[in-house]
Write a protein that binds this ligand. Sequence first.
Ligand code: ZN
Length: 346
Amino acid sequence: MNKTALIYSEQYLKHNAGKFHPERPERLSETIKYLKESGLMDKLGLTEPHAASLEDVERVHTPHYVEMIRYYSNGGGYRITEDTYVSKTTFEIALLAAGGVITAGDVVLEGSYDNSYALVRPPGHHAKASEAAGFCYFNNVAVAVRFLQHKYKLKKIMIFDWDIHTADGTMSIFWRDPTVLNISIHQNPRTIYPGTGFIKQLGEGPGEGYTVNIPVCSGSGDKDYKYIIEEFVTPLAESYKPELIIISSGMDSHKNDPLGSINLTEKGYSVMSELFMELADRLCEGRIFVESEGGYDLDALSKSTYEVLKSLLGEPSGYVIGGELMEETRKLVLELADSFSRYHKI
Ligand SMILES: [Zn+2]
């Protein structure tokens, strides 16, 4: 069995964007309850995160933007966009979320754990260098990447984001950067927020070919995701040879999630985790960690998180993925291979 760290703090429940906001504290408290009741929690190394420092977040965000979030928080609150609010505790807790993802990477790279899961909120993948959006303030995964590059001199990190929404913040931060192979699989953005994340958006300058958008059609399920990972993402990763794999884990691609129309099940999340663990074993001595993004159906979120953690522990699921492969999925893989064979040996 693997030694797996769960990075979590009850402080994460303190950020509150309003009673009716989908990104609410119960997302994490219910997940923790489920992990405890199922007995899985006893097998995990529960680890308290440290807050990210200003130096950490300013490797990604402009000092002016960081100061703005602090100012709004200290002032008692502010509505930045239609759905993204800063409350009194947001600055402090957003720093702790970024710090949680740093901690998840740190315990794996220093070797105290085989792998890890940062169960944090607020999420981060829509946040840009100087812009909050989509419930996100600091881009947690990008802050962690810059920290780990700085501390461990890593030259190639792969991010795979399976949240239903495009990781547009992460994409903008690494747009011109070949040291990060940044892959986002998401519902076709013509039909869902944030409206970007098409195959042709593949980075620029030295980063051209290192941003990878995989827009799947509504109704795609476990079988489609498995096919895309095996037929396209795996050869792409083999060509890139990352030193570390990070999963940006959004559970809003679950079929029961209220925000979208992708049909993954918790079994699909389990099988995807196993595929990435195999890949990490082959390519980077098993170095992999997971950090949380969206997921708004509490039951789906809890069960999917449980399954991913079980995979990280190395407990074989034995799941066989059922269902039909959509015809669009085959076409999508052909189109992706055609677009990226110019940049990678796939
Ligand atoms: Zn999402």
